[in-house]
Design a binder for this molecule. Structure first.
Ligand code: C5P
Length: 234
């Protein structure tokens, strides 16, 4: 039925922050609450999809009827996504993944005694969205009949030059859609129940949307992704 537009499809969602250990008691993280990603997972379920939610540490309850995979670090999230990606028809990466982790995690608590400063050496984490963009199935290929295209949607949060940076990510990470939000916009960002975003798709003008509840925005995003998927099959 028209009310279950994602019936028969599998949706993979990443949400929340990651935690990157420095020592047994400390970690690096960010302000993500997971609200946007959880709203996408719940809405996809309500639209009829089988949903896997790969979530970093959040205070949110596991949504009913969703396959939850709890992870801590970016590397854990990468491992979970690579394990589930092949099954996904639509993947939405809303997690705020830590870009860097400690090169060496101290095996014991780092002591302040005798120090006036502390240098931490960080190394890059894998870019999960970029990996997915490099591995997604494009859809039917003439003569080869690849039947299940994969649709990939990323998020971008910026504090300046939003549309330029987001357009660059859309291309570099081979996304079908990028949802860009400016942390400085009123009603956008981490702990709010609303968001103010601009949608970017390849070859189209950026589409700024007005302020929306995260649930309504989730429905709009998933509806667009379903259309993109249908167009790949057509
Ligand atoms: O490049 P940037 O981190 O701003 O891109 C944000 C998008 O990339 C989000 O969709 C985020 O979930 C994803 N991402 C990721 N793995 C990373 C960094 C970002 O999947 N290591």
């Amino acid at each position: 039925p028209a009310t279950l537009p994602l019936r028969g499809l599998t949706v993979l969602v990443t949400a929340g922050p990651t935690q990157e250990s420095l020592d047994p008691v400390r970690y690096l993280t960010n302000h993500s609450t997971g609200k946007m990603g959880y709203a996408i997972a719940e809405t996809a379920r309500d639209m009829g999809a089988a949903v896997t939610l790969v979530s970093g540490p959040t205070a949110l309850e596991a949504p009913d009827g969703v396959d939850m995979v709890r992870v801590t670090s970016a590397q854990d999230m990468f491992d979970a996504v690579t394990a589930h990606f092949e099954d996904a028809d639509i993947t939405v990466m809303a997690a705020a993944v830590g870009d860097f982790r400690a090169e060496n995690v101290h095996p014991q608590k780092i002591k302040k005694h005798g120090r006036t400063s502390l240098e931490l050496k960080l190394v890059s984490n894998p870019d999960i969205l970029a990996w997915a963009g490099g591995h997604k199935r494009p859809g039917p290929v003439a003569g080869q009949g690849e039947a299940r295209p994969q649709v990939l949607c990323g998020f971008a949060m910026e504090t300046e030059h939003l549309v330029e940076h987001a357009a660059q990510k859309l291309g570099e990470k081979h996304c079908d859609m990028l949802v860009a939000n400016n942390l400085n916009d009123r009603g956008a960002g981490f702990a709010t129940d609303t968001n103010v975003v601009t949608l970017l798709t390849p070859g189209a003008a950026p589409e700024p949307l007005s302020i929306m509840g995260k649930g309504d925005l989730a429905g709009l995003i998933l509806g667009r992704l379903a259309v993109i998927r249908a167009n790949k099959l057509a």
